[in-house]
Every structure is written in C-alpha cells, then in structure tokens.
Write a protein that binds this ligand. Structure first.
Ligand code: BES
Ligand code: ZN
Length: 618
C-alpha cells in the first residue's frame, strides 16, 4: 500500500518534501530508502564519465559508462533526477531497453535498464536539465573576479543523480575516471587527481583511484589558479583571491600532520582546498582530495580555519568510513566535529577548541528548541523525507558531545586508540548506527552502556550531558556586562577595542538579548565596535540578525548588500527568518528579489516557502 507522508519542519520554514513510500533496497545490513538502485541485483563499481560542459545552454551532456557486479540480474537500476536519457548501450554496442519510472518528489526517477545476467558493462548517453539541482551555474558577475562564468556541483546528500545517472546511495563505493571538456579559458577540477594549470584545448582527464560513495563525486569549472602550500597541500582560487586564500590557509600542512598524528595516515594522497564564489550554499564540502570552501572563511586573521580542519577530518570520518544511509549521518558529522576540534586543539590550543565547542553548543541549543522532537535524536528514520529537510546541528554537536562524553569516561588515550582502530578496520567501507553500537560495545564500553542507547536513539537532551564552557568567553561576557552598564549609564564613553578573534566577537554579539536590549543600545554598541561596517561574514550575520530583530535600521543597506552577495545558507536563512518574524516581509522580499538569482537551488527551495514563491515576490 502506498502511504503519503509529508514532513514539515518547525520554524515557519516549511521544507516539505512529500513522497510516496515504496519498498526499496534491501542489501542485508544497509537499507537506504533514498535510492532506487537495487544494489543486491546489480551494483556499479566504476564510472567512466565523458562529458562536455556547455555554459551557453547550462547543460552537461555526454556519456557515463559503468562497470558493475551482476548478481545474475536481468535489470540494473540507477537514480536520476531531471536527466534526459538519450540511449543506453551494452558492452557489445547493442542498444539496451530502458525505462524511466514515475517521479518521486524526494528521489527523482528510477532508470531501469534491461540487461542479461552475464552483462557487467554499459554506457548511458544523456544530458542534464538547466535547473539540475546539483549544478550551480554562475554568471561572471557572481564570481570573485567577475570575468568568467563558473560551474560547481554539490552531490551530498542525494543530488548527484541530477547530473550523473548513478546508484546514488552512500552504501556503495566506486572508483571513477573522467574526461571533461570546458571552454578553453577555464580550468576544470574534480574530487580526483587534479591538474595544476589550464590545458590549451580545455580538455581535462581525471582519475579517482580510491573508491568513494557517489555523493563525493564533484566538479568545479572556473577561472582558477593553484598555489601550493607544501608538497601535499595547496589552494585553488580565482586569480585575484589566490594570495589571500593561500595566506589564510597557510596552516593546512600542519593540520594534515596533526590529523595523521591522531588517527592514522591520510588516505587520499593530495589535500587541496578550492575557494568558491560567495553563493556556495555551504561552509565547506569534503570532496576527496579537493575540499570545496566558502570564501567567507577568508577573514584575514586565520580565525575561521577550523572549517578546513572539519573538511579535512572528513577524509577519515565520512570519506574513508562512510555512513551507510542518511539515517546514520551523525556518524559522518559527529565524528568529524570531534576530530575537527582535536585538530584545532593540537594547532591552536585548548582555549580555541573550547570556544568553537561553546559556539557549536549554542547552535545546538537553538536547534533543539525549534526542531520537531523526532529530529533531536542522533539516529533518525528518514524514510520519505528528503535528508536535506532534516538537516540540523543535532548530528554535528550532539554527535560531538556524545563522543566527548566517551572520551571523558574512558580517558583520552583509550578513546584515541578506539577511534584509530575504528577508522583502520572500517577503511573504505560503510557503516551504520547499529553496527557502530556493536563495535563500541566490543571495543570500548564492554557492555554497560544504557547511556549509549539514550544518547543515540532517544530524542531530547541526554541524561548525562556536560555543558561545555570557555575561559575566553567568560572574559567576553565580563566585557559585555560592563558595556551594558556603560550604555545604560554613560552613553558617551568610548572604550579601546579588545584584541579579539572572530569567535570572541561572535560571542559578544550573541550575548545581546533582544528581549531586553533596544535599538538605542545597538547604536551604542555599533559606535564602539563598528559591527555594521564589518566585512567578516560571521560577525555580519550575527549582528544583522540582532539588528533586524530590534529594528536597528542603520544596518539595512549593508545587510541587504550582504544578503545579495553571500549565499551560504547558515548565514542567509536566519536573517530572512528574523525579518519575517518581525513583520518586515516587504523588506525581506525586496532583498530576496535581487538576491535569489545568486542563491543555490537548496537555499531557494527554503526561501521560496519562507518568503513566498517567486510569483508572489513581484
Ligand atoms: N558535509 C557537510 C556539508 C553538507 C552536509 C552538505 C549535508 C550537504 C548535506 C560539511 O562537511 C559541513 O558540515 N560543512 C559545514 C562546516 C563545518 C565547519 C561544520 C558547513 O557547511 O557549514
Ligand atoms: Zn561535515
């Protein structure tokens, strides 16, 4: 029987994705409800991608050839979304019969290809739709240097299927090679062995020898240059941003060594970071060998480089040991946040790590208050729900707190031995929550672990939560308390600016309680600290949100410019929400009208609901 499920997240952000429930993959331990690929019948092992990137039509067209393991099956299934399939050929060059299934709002369409039980190879000729959800086509004006167009892909969680017909489940791993044709003045990069400079003919060949889950296939095409940091790490960016990027990320080599000292040799060879245009919807994406990163981390004081530590940490947690389904997403992100903070502690010391931990905890608290109960557990059954709609800080920071609790309980050295062994034994495999719980029992807790069930499967706050604190933030709070006194009693006083890093300023702004302070108070704070004029996105986002809530109108012009320029969802969604909640929908829509073309599909999807669809915007 078909059941219609429709999930709506709280917040007023209705992120509904309604889908028909169907019985899908059953591959013994891994049941991924977000794929049509019956991998127990036939499972792909290698992709050979041969495509042309057409910036005029905003399409990718070409072929995808696969090697697959065939378990005597007469059909093989792929996931697709918005793809136009031209033809499918078998190894002998004969056309295969294929069929596209009904459209599901979450999963897209199944592509079923008739094969013979002996077939192990086929090739699909296809092209993408201009609105393919994984592809972000940028006009020159949306790039840093404003001269050339840019294309970037985002596969996680289930978007790869919108530009490659694929068995789009993290429970499989494939190797790939690719030939990509791009306009001659652009460089193409992938999550693979990459070129360091442009070719004369715009043709690029890639190889990814280590097997990865399909959500980690990635492509970027733009006017890009490379600068090495050391013999294993480096940065790609647009020409006039390259120097700043290399300066900001100069510690990447040290991060890599710190990571290896903790949990074993880096398994992917090279580690580079690509600095993207500001409309990239995420902070970072851990594409193997080539992290994609937002330019908003380039703040000139290296204070936000934990984002790189985070994506680097995914080289082990996520990329090497991969969540088997999106229900187990916390295994990817919780481990990565824990690992990220250990890397930062090794580089910058305990005080820095404590600050980012408290910031993460504050974000978690906000999410725990507004999320539907079900999404406050680490393990979540996402059947019929788009993983993107369930995204929150829970897998990140509750996941972190769980692992930190284990560290405290069993001691750092025993816990480190456990993690190192876990990565080693599960390298290039997938794992799910159930298996992890067994592994934990056998290798660390020894069985007395009711608390494990409580942390992983129960909703809400765990019973033995230890609230993180930060020494440096206590100083920030003291300053804030003193300032409050000043702006209430001695409005004309000017103070010298403390020498704080981004995180301390962020904490200061977060201390502003909008139910107590007024727009006048913000004016005083602004005169002291000049937040409205800040060029640091973390500070801008935090400050503009407070200002919107207290209707401190002096920020409006800068806030608008910020929202038109930056597409990082973590920054833009809270700002539009603040405007909506304070009855400033007209202003929100005025900004959104201008900003929308610059935003990624995922951001637009949410904001269309929050602010009214494009039709309503006029
Ligand atoms: N893998 C995530 C980004 C992601 C998650 C993309 C789910 C699509 C679906 C990445 O590693 C990440 O967590 N990025 C964070 C930065 C980090 C420092 C917490 C981000 O983008 O803000
Ligand atoms: Zn992550």
């Amino acid at each position: 029987m078909y059941k219609l499920r429709c999930f709506v997240i709280a917040l007023g952000l209705s992120l509904a994705s309604c889908g028909e429930k169907q019985v899908l993959v059953a591959d013994e331990k891994n049941v991924d409800t977000h794929t049509y690929a019956h991998i127990s019948k036939a499972k792909i092992t290698h992709l050979s991608w041969d495509v042309e990137v057409d910036f005029d039509d905003k399409v990718i067209r070409g072929s995808a050839a696969y090697d697959f393991e065939n378990h005597q099956s007469k059909e093989i299934y792929f996931d697709t979304s918005e793809l136009a399939i031209d033809s499918v050929l078998l190894a002998n060059g004969k056309p295969a019969v294929f069929e596209l299934g009904a459209l599901d709002a979450v999963k897209g369409r199944a592509l079923k290809v008739k094969i013979s039980p002996k077939d192990t190879h086929l090739v699909i000729y296809y092209k993408t739709a201009p609105e393919a959800s994984a592809l972000q086509w940028l006009d020159p004006i949306q790039t840093h240097d404003k001269k050339h167009p840019y294309l970037l892909t985002q596969g996680q969680a289930i978007l790869t299927r919108s530009y490659i017909p694929i068995q789009d489940t993290p429970s499989i791993r494939i190797t790939y090679d690719a030939t990509v044709r791009v306009p001659k003045d652009l460089l193409a990069l992938m999550s693979a062995i990459n070129p360091k400079e442009k070719t004369a003919d715009g043709v690029y060949h890639f190889k990814m020898p280590q097997p990865l889950p399909p959500y980690l296939i990635a492509l970027a095409v733009g006017d890009l240059q490379y600068q090495a940091i050391d013999d294993r790490t480096g940065v790609y960016a647009e020409p006039t941003q390259l120097k700043d990027a290399a300066w900001e990320l100069a510690d990447m080599g040290k991060m890599l060594i710190a990571a290896e000292n903790l949990y074993g040799a880096y398994p992917w060879g090279q580690y580079d970071v690509l600095i993207l245009p500001p409309s990239f919807p995420f902070g970072g994406m851990e594409n193997p060998r080539l992290t994609f990163a937002t330019p908003t981390i380039l703040v000139g004081d290296r204070s936000l480089t934990n984002l790189v530590a985070h994506e680097l940490a995914h080289s082990w947690s996520g990329n090497l040991v991969t969540n088997a389904t999106w229900n187990d997403f916390w295994l990817n992100e919780g481990f990565t946040v824990y690992f990220e903070r250990r890397i930062m502690e090794a580089l910058e010391g305990r005080d820095y790590a404590d600050m980012i931990t408290v910031i993460g905890y504050q974000d978690l608290k906000t999410d725990m208050q507004k999320l539907p109960e079900k999404l406050t557990a680490l393990y979540i059954d996402l059947e019929g729900i788009n993983p993107d709609d369930a995204f929150s800080d829970v897998p990140y920071d509750k996941g972190y707190l769980f692992l930190k609790m284990l560290e405290d309980r069993y001691g750092r050295s025993q816990f480190d031995t456990f993690i190192k062994k876990y990565f080693k034994e599960n390298a290039f495999k997938t794992t799910n929550t159930e298996d992890f719980v067994v592994y934990l029992k056998e290798n660390l807790t020894g069985g007395e672990d009711d608390f494990v069930q409580n942390w992983i499967y129960d909703t809400g706050w765990p019973k033995d939560l230890k609230i993180p604190t930060s020494k440096l933030f206590e100083q920030v709070e003291a300053r804030f308390a003193a300032d409050r006194n000043r702006f209430q009693n001695d409005k004309n006083r000017r103070e010298t600016l403390p020498k704080w890093s981004t995180n301390e300023w962020l904490h200061y702004i977060r201390s502003i309680d909008v139910s107590v302070l007024t727009s006048e108070d913000l004016k005083w704070i602004d005169q002291q600290y000049h937040f409205t004029a800040s060029k640091n996105s973390e500070i801008q986002c935090a400050w503009f949100e407070k200002a919107f809530r207290l209707q401190y109108k002096a920020v409006d012009a800068n806030a608008k410019a910020f929202l038109v320029q930056v597409g990082r969802r973590k920054f833009i969604e809270p700002l539009y929400l603040a405007l909506r909640q304070t009855n400033q929908l007209d202003f929100a829509r005025e900004i959104y009208r201008e900003a929308r073309p610059n935003y990624h599909f995922l951001a637009r999807q949410n904001l269309d609901v929050l602010l009214g669809t494009p039709g309503n915007l006029q």
